[in-house]
Design a protein around this ligand. Structure first.
Ligand code: PEP
Ligand code: MG
Length: 557
């Protein structure tokens, strides 16, 4: 029987190819006392650290984006003075340079692990730096990606960011790691580079060079030595995805034909072209605050009107949902909320801040109404951070005063989700901001690395709230959109539809994968997947259970 290993898949890709393993880490340096003097050992460490930091910086200069940031951060870890002091003390105690680096870095690594979440996942970055310094001390080549003339599936304990950043994408068909979670750097970079990856795969250590494997990221599965049928299925899916990603721009729909319009999240009118090229059927979230983040004074009506006209003109006849200014913790607008708050996420943000400066809100509604009158798009307007039915009533009444026809609210606070039936009595539609809804449901600041592990919209508590909104929308025939990051997760998108979402909005780069994923399931299947997710105890369980069930739906009979 074919072996199937499981882990956390990144994205939706499928890959098929022979395994090539990354060299195992260096052996642990001996604990025998140093035969050199302490000063000589310290000089060796200083030299090795300098070489490694320079190499990492050099690599950072050859790449861009997250990859460059990660490498830059690693070069700084290598040169960290607290770490250097720790290593020097160990050398003074009689250790060799290799052993002192090994032990010193391990202490800091354990500290990161004990912090958990985002910090915990940085431990791998530090391990990699330690290995590089020890390799430099021993005069060995730094551990890294194997060389090959033919394409392969790279298997590693955990890929060091320095390696991920420089992977030759013409050779690496996919990536399997034994360690690492969905928010590790390996995962982040794999996502950014669209590498088919399954991380945290128990049993990956037993995969040997040359063994053929199929990676199925959506299912989080690695099939070892696939049968002829499994190979053929993988090849079909690779072709299907390639075709879908290279231009199949049909409207979003499920396998049974149920339409699920796919919309774009935009922060300026400059992004409209890209959104249209990616097949966006409209705009599901236009973040107006992004237009004015660096402004000290409130934008004028004219200034705003010009921007809104540019946006609306790009989508004649199409739906464009504009959100009024959402000033808040991560998006301070000096002219709306400049007072210090100890807990800004719970403070005067979103609609609350606008209400406190109603003249600014009125000017924005004026600009929107004027832009609407001069263009052909179907303009919808919504308010952020609405917590109560009364706030809903307030916003709908005010926007209606300006002649705006379709006025709704964002559901980002659990109170609004729990009372969605009453909120949707007042509002024409709801749009669920899953980023904030997750932050507020799990009481975990979305900007704080130490609690990043909680920021997972797969959590059944979040899904249950989304289900409340979906049910309320269905009961009143009112649209319920999703515009948080959750909509960009291809499998979660199906679950969200099963919970009652009628449209999905995301960054344009995510549209193709979500479009493809929706096409694989019927509405009934989406509802069953939603039930499965709701029945789980936590986010990871929900994701795993849905993955397992989804692969049964899509595997050939
Ligand atoms: C959200 O909270 O999910 C959302 C879409 O709004 P933002 O990310 O801009 O807060
Ligand atoms: Mg939000």
């Amino acid at each position: 029987m074919t072996d199937v290993l499981t882990g956390a898949g990144i994205g939706q890709g499928v890959a098929l190819g022979p395994v090539l393993r990354m060299a195992d880490p260096l052996p642990e340096p001996s604990d025998a006392p140093s035969s050199r003097g302490a000063e000589e050992e310290k000089a060796r460490v200083a030299q090795a650290v300098q070489t490694v930091a320079a190499d990492l910086r050099d690599r950072a200069g050859k790449v861009s984006g997250t990859a460059a940031d990660v490498l830059e951060a690693q070069s700084m870890m290598a040169e960290d003075s607290t770490l250097a002091d720790d290593v020097a003390q160990r050398i003074d105690g009689g250790k060799t340079a290799e052993r002192a680096v090994f032990e010193g870095f391990a202490v800091f690594r354990d500290m990161l692990v004990s912090l958990g979440g985002y910090m915990g996942e940085r431990a791998t970055d530090l391990d990699d730096v330690a290995q590089r310094v020890i390799a430099a001390l021993e005069g060995r080549p730094a551990p890294g990606v194997p060389e090959s003339d033919t394409p392969y599936v790279l298997v590693a304990r955990d890929l060091a960011p320095a390696d991920t950043a420089l992977l030759d994408l013409t050779k690496v068909l996919g990536l399997v790691t034994q360690e690492g979670g969905p928010t590790s750097h390996t995962a982040i970079l794999a996502r950014e580079k669209a590498i088919v990856a399954v991380v945290g795969v128990a049993g990956a250590q037993d995969l040997t060079d040359g063994t053929e494997v199929v990676l199925d990221a959506a299912a989080g599965a690695v099939t070892v030595a696939p049968s002829a049928d499994q190979r053929a299925d993988a090849e079909r899916r690779i072709d299907e995805r390639r075709a879908a990603l290279s231009g199949g721009l049909e409207p979003g729909a499920l396998a049974d034909g149920s339409a699920i319009p796919l919309l774009a999240n935009l922060g300026s009118a400059d992004g409209t072209q890209k959104a249209l090229e990616a097949g966006a059927e409209g705009v599901g979230l236009f973040r107006t605050e992004f237009l004015f983040l660096d402004q000290r004074m409130a934008p004028t009506v004219e200034q705003q009107r010009e921007q809104y006209i540019r946006l609306l003109q790009a989508f004649p006849g199409k739906k464009v949902v504009v959100r009024v200014l959402d000033a808040g913790a991560d998006k301070p607008l000096e002219f709306l909320n400049d007072a210090h708050e100890d807990n800004p996420a719970l403070g005067l943000r979103g609609l609350r801040a606008l209400r406190a400066s109603e003249d600014i809100l009125r000017e924005q509604l004026t600009a929107l109404a004027e832009a609407d009158a001069q263009t052909e798009a179907d303009l919808w307007v919504m308010a952020p951070m609405v917590a109560t039915v009364e706030e809903t009533r307030y916003f709908v009444r005010l926007a209606t005063e300006y002649g705006l026809k379709t006025v709704g609210v964002m559901v980002e606070v659990p109170s609004a989700a729990l009372l969605a039936d009453r909120v949707l009595e007042e509002a024409a539609f709801a749009s669920i901001g899953t980023n904030d809804l997750t932050q507020y449901t799990l009481a975990a600041d979305r900007l704080l690395g130490s609690v990043a592990g909680f920021q997972d919209p797969w959590h059944p508590a979040v899904l249950r709230l989304i289900g409340e909104v979906g049910a309320a929308g269905a009961a009143r025939s009112k649209p319920v959109g999703i515009c948080g990051e959750a909509a960009a997760d291809p499998l979660l998108a199906v679950v969200l539809v099963g919970l009652g979402a009628t449209t999905l909005s995301m960054s344009p780069a995510a549209l193709a994968d979500v479009r493809l994923s929706l096409k694989r399931y019927t509405l009934d299947q989406a509802r069953s997947l939603a039930e499965i997710a709701l029945a789980a105890d936590g986010a990871a369980d929900a994701r795993e259970a849905v993955r397992a069930a989804a692969s049964r739906f899509t595997s050939p009979a």
